[in-house]
Design a protein around this ligand. Structure first.
Ligand code: ZN
Length: 251
């Protein structure tokens, strides 16, 4: 008889699991508000319909479940055979009937949740490898899923906005994104000011930076390449720029 509650008792991990489950429920709600015909509509991602988003989220749950099976058994099971296989799978999934697409999302989410729930406490620390080749403890899969469901709920483009995303998720997203810029050095000349947190980051060494400012949700929306409606840009003297520069690439 398998327990009906999480095997881990780590409070930080339990909080992260709750965040991922809430994000999954949020995505489900936005998906269920869409009619079958509306699934054919464009998402916020160039070249992707809402069908592609839904298929991607479904297959993402399966891929992450494979990592949890790996952590549980020690038998290496990668997320995807390759990025080409992943992309092909999404294109295929987008052609499924609406009912099959909705089942894919529902069943894969339930399956992943069961895998998480039943993973023994010590196995959460086992190392697995992401599609990017990063070696991470199994605990990291919770964040990998969280950010997918929260951001792509917005990408469904039927009413979800970055302000709907919980602050801890926004903060971690921003740290991920700016960390990626920093690693690549693509934030040169760019200073970002999060007005409702009183924090500034980016290229603090530039004498003539472009300063992008806005509240946390708006800054993350801009930084994730999802729009610049809530941010403003100015030069180093504070003179407003007519156009907000696009954020450096993130993924
Ligand atoms: Zn994604």
């Amino acid at each position: 008889m398998v327990a009906r509650h999480d095997q881990t008792s780590d409070p930080e991990l339990l909080a992260a699991l709750l965040q991922a489950r809430r994000g999954t429920a949020f995505f489900a709600r936005k998906l269920n508000e869409l009619s079958d015909a509306e699934l054919d509509g464009d998402s916020l991602l160039p070249g992707w319909t809402r069908r592609h988003i839904t298929a991607h989220i479904g297959y993402n749950a399966r891929a992450i479940a494979r990592l949890i099976e790996w952590a549980a058994t020690g038998v290496e099971t990668p997320m995807y055979a390759s990025t080409a296989v992943r992309d092909h799978e999404i294109d295929f999934g987008a052609t499924l009937s609406p009912i099959a697409l909705r089942h894919l999302f529902d069943h894969s989410a339930v399956h992943l949740n069961v895998e998480w729930r039943d993973l023994p406490e010590e196995a959460w620390h086992h190392t697995v490898r992401t599609i990017q080749g990063r070696e991470v403890p199994a605990t990291e899969t919770v964040w990998m899923r969280s950010r997918e469901v929260w951001i792509h709920a917005v990408d469904l483009d039927n009413g979800a906005v970055f302000r709907d995303i919980p602050v801890p998720v926004l903060e971690r997203l921003l740290a991920d994104i700016t960390g990626a810029w920093h690693t690549r050095g693509t934030d040169a000349g760019l200073l970002v000011n999060v007005t409702d947190r009183g924090i500034t980051f980016g290229d603090t060494t530039s004498a003539t930076p472009t300063v992008v400012s806005g509240p946390l949700a708006a800054v993350v929306e801009w930084a994730a390449g999802r729009g610049n409606g809530g941010v403003t840009a100015a030069d180093q003297d504070g003179a407003a720029l007519r156009q907000v520069p696009p954020a450096p690439k993130w993924i």
